[in-house]
Design a protein around this ligand. Structure first.
Ligand SMILES: [Zn+2]
Ligand SMILES: [Zn+2]
Length: 311
């Protein structure tokens, strides 16, 4: 009696349903400590409703950000305002870049500088493919005048110094990239047209495994990396929209990106608990139609991701 009342009380307090009757909650009904927040689901298209590509994985209020598309810092601030405590701008300290295309990195200087102005008190750690260090050095040089004024001008300083302005870059390839008490992050190569280095990432947290494709055409490694993962976040373009594109663009898209038909086949083999479509290229196709295109070849759970969605 005591035990079942206790279980129900805990369920109510935690917002979970169901009762195991064993005095502890089964894993499936425990509230997730990991949250996936879509900060930007867009592409190079300057869609005001879909910011540049950026995804936050928040574990125990610590954010891990994948990609830094334009708008990333403002979107983090919006998610914070919506109640995600871990996305306070001063907490943006860990960034994982998939590849160096501008739509994934145009927010990088913002990610370096704005949280530092807003009292980030530790260096920024950035992981990504070869070329990232050079990009970082160039951006630091581009903002040399600003850094000079902020670090040596009248602006009040953090008590323990200007650590928030430091950027530590680690160029990575396949394999283990990062580990702490919340996450183990591994990277894998994906096929993205003529890019020599393009990465996907796999995050293992205490309660979830999340795989993010980055930009790619169909890549078998994604099936192996997910292999029944909880969440697969995958880029996609609409097959019906593609049919309306000029031949020279069709050549480009099909060697750089993944169609709805191709993604349905990948997801069928990868078996994620949830498939999130992001970096969607629609070319006039409605989101509902894109979901129908996927459903023709895939019967699992799938959502069309939108900015500031939380999963
Ligand atoms: Zn892209
Ligand atoms: Zn790309």
């Amino acid at each position: 009696m005591y035990r079942s009342v206790y279980t129900i009380l805990i369920s109510l307090l935690l917002g979970t349903s169901g009762s195991s009757g064993q005095g502890s909650l089964p894993v499936s009904s425990r509230p997730s400590v990991t949250r996936v927040v879509l900060l930007g689901t867009g592409t190079p298209n300057a869609d005001p409703d879909a910011s540049g590509p950026a995804v936050a994985i928040v574990v125990n209020d610590t954010p891990y950000i994948i990609d830094s598309g334009p708008g990333v810092v403002r979107r983090a601030a919006a998610a914070h305002r919506n109640g995600v405590a871990g996305l306070a701008v001063s907490r943006l300290r860990r960034l994982f870049i998939t590849h160096l295309h501008s739509d994934h990195t145009a927010g990088y200087p913002d990610f370096m500088l704005t949280p530092a102005v807003l009292e980030r008190n530790a260096p920024l750690l950035v992981f990504g493919p070869p070329g990232l260090q050079r990009m970082t050095d160039h951006l630091r040089k581009a903002y040399a005048e600003d850094l000079e004024i902020r670090l040596h001008g009248l602006e009040p300083k953090m008590p323990d110094g200007p650590k928030g302005y430091e950027v530590k870059v680690r160029e990575v390839g396949q394999g283990l990239v990062y580990r702490d008490e919340n996450v183990t992050v591994t990277a894998f190569q994906v096929i993205h047209g003529s890019w020599k280095h393009a990465l996907g990432y796999r995050f293992v947290t205490p309660d979830r495994t999340i795989v993010i494709s980055g930009d790619c055409r169909p890549t078998p490694a994604i099936i192996e990396e997910c292999d029944g993962c909880d969440v697969l976040i995958h880029e996609v373009y609409s097959e019906s929209g593609f049919a309306r594109r000029p031949p020279e663009w069709q050549r480009y898209h099909s060697s750089f990106h993944t169609s709805t038909r191709e993604l349905a086949s990948i997801a069928t083999k990868a078996r994620p608990g949830l498939l999130i479509l992001y970096h969607q290229l629609l070319w006039g196709t409605a989101p509902e139609e894109m979901l129908r295109e996927i459903a023709q070849g895939y019967d699992g759970r799938v959502v069309f991701g939108r900015d500031l969605d939380i999963y």
